[in-house]
Design a protein around this ligand. Structure first.
Ligand code: G4P
Length: 191
């Protein structure tokens, strides 16, 4: 998506070789017009897949996921992060997730009442790095009996192995910008 790549080039801040700061349009301040176009891009790509719901992980996935769900005319379900497992396994599904980028652990959680065997889910997230958040969402959806139609990512860090892990599960990963290198000389893209 050319407009997104322009935005990343112009407004993205290189923190180090692994981390790109995009606070002024995606993670902190949100460019709503860009989100609208991102939603349309995801909806166009996945429109033939009979998506019944979009799933994302709080918090930075919410803006692009909301835009995609609106364009696909389906509900958005936000998976929650907890610092520890909660006892209610009767009404919730939980799975542990480790973030290598932030070196943190959390429990990803969803209520069973918003997921069913009849659902065909599109997972949307802001970043794909090592794939741990998307894999956690996938585990929850499998436990709920839902199908996963694909994964939409705003910024993929292609030099990390998240895409490979998801593709090894047979998942269709559609990333709007694939960053191949982050350095003090600038940001490079694969596509
Ligand atoms: P993974 O899910 O692909 O394995 O990624 P990882 O755990 O390594 O990192 C996940 C968290 O780190 C996510 O935020 C993600 O948005 C953020 N992240 C990863 N790489 C970058 C990057 O280059 N730049 C920025 N700005 N963020 C990055 P989170 O913990 O889920 O928090 P939230 O922002 O969604 O609340």
């Amino acid at each position: 998506m050319d407009l997104l790549k322009e935005k990343i080039k112009n407004d993205g801040i290189v923190i180090n070789e692994n981390v790109l700061k995009v606070d002024n349009f995606l993670n902190h301040q949100v460019d709503t017009k860009l989100m609208d176009l991102i939603g349309k891009e995801f909806a166009d790509y996945f429109k033939s897949k009979n998506i019944t719901k979009v799933v994302t992980i709080e918090s930075s996935g919410i803006a692009p996921a909301y835009a995609a769900a609106l364009k696909l005319d389906v509900p958005l379900v936000i998976f929650k992060k907890q610092s520890s497992a909660i006892l209610d396994t009767e009404t919730t599904i939980q799975t542990p997730v480790h973030s290598f980028t932030k070196n943190t652990d959390y429990v990803l959680m969803a209520s069973k009442k918003y997921l069913s065997e009849n659902d065909n889910i599109l997972i949307i997230d802001d970043f794909l790095a090592n794939g741990q958040a998307a894999l956690g969402a996938y585990r929850i959806l499998k436990e709920a009996g839902s199908s996963v139609a694909g994964i939409g990512i705003v910024i993929e860090k292609s030099f990390q192995d998240g895409r490979k892990k998801l593709e090894d599960l047979g998942l269709d990963v559609y990333s709007l910008a694939r960053v191949s290198k982050i350095s003090s000389d600038g940001i490079e893209f694969l596509n």
